[in-house]
Write a protein that binds this ligand. Structure first.
Ligand SMILES: Cc1cc2nc3c(=O)[nH]c(=O)nc-3n(C[C@H](O)[C@H](O)[C@H](O)COP(=O)(O)O)c2cc1C
Length: 181
């Protein structure tokens, strides 16, 4: 059957949701993003599609730094909370009960409860329709020790998929660590 061109995202597998951590002054901002993907190995580059209205967009373009954190299905509720709009001085880390951890190479914080975190320095931004493509160079990365294995890490990561724009519609496999891969 034919569908509207604008509905094309409905016919590709859902991307994993990542949390993007930024700073506005000393306020620790955190928000979920479904539009995200690796775009280069050398140098290591990561792209996120960010609407211009997001605090994340302002913070990344102002500070040039962000951290990408990969949440598992046990963080669904926390993810939903970080997606809410709070006043600028409120940290989504606190609202969602997530623990900020200091980064090695950038000022924004990682998320302790996430399976992996990688730190990015802004490489470039370009408008793409109703979003901006924000490309960051990955300058440091870390992963939960229990997940890392030389060739299997990608299968050990348990994703939360961005199924639809409505908040509750996520899916994840929710596998305990010892049943992964
Ligand atoms: C699962 C999920 C995925 C989302 N993906 C994106 C995205 O890829 N790009 C975007 O601009 N907003 C996305 N949003 C919306 C933002 O997360 C939301 O507007 C958030 O409040 C923005 O926070 P900020 O203003 O602190 O950046 C998504 C929301 C959810 C719940």
């Amino acid at each position: 059957m034919e569908i509207k061109a604008e509905e094309y995202t409905k016919i590709i597998p859902p991307p994993p949701v990542v949390l993007v951590s930024t700073l506005h002054g000393n306020v620790k901002n955190l928000a979920p993003f479904g539009m995200n993907m690796p775009v280069s190995f050398h140098p290591p580059l990561y792209a996120v599609g960010v609407a211009g209205s997001r605090d994340t967009y302002r913070n990344v373009t102002e500070t040039g730094e962000f951290v990408v954190a990969v949440p598992g299905p046990e963080l669904l509720e926390a993810i939903n909370i970080t997606a809410e709009s709070f006043p600028g001085e409120v940290s989504e880390f606190e609202k969602a009960g997530l623990t900020p951890v200091e980064s090695a190479m950038v000022r924004p914080f990682g998320v302790k409860e996430c399976q992996s975190n990688f730190e990015c320095k802004l490489e470039w931004v370009k408008q793409a329709g109703d979003h901006y493509v924000v490309v960051g160079r990955v300058v440091a990365a870390r992963v939960d020790d229990r997940i890392y294995t030389e060739d299997m890490s990608r299968l050990m990561i348990d994703p939360v998929y961005h199924v639809a724009s409505r908040k509750a519609e996520y899916a994840g496999k929710g596998r305990p660590l010892d049943q992964r891969a």
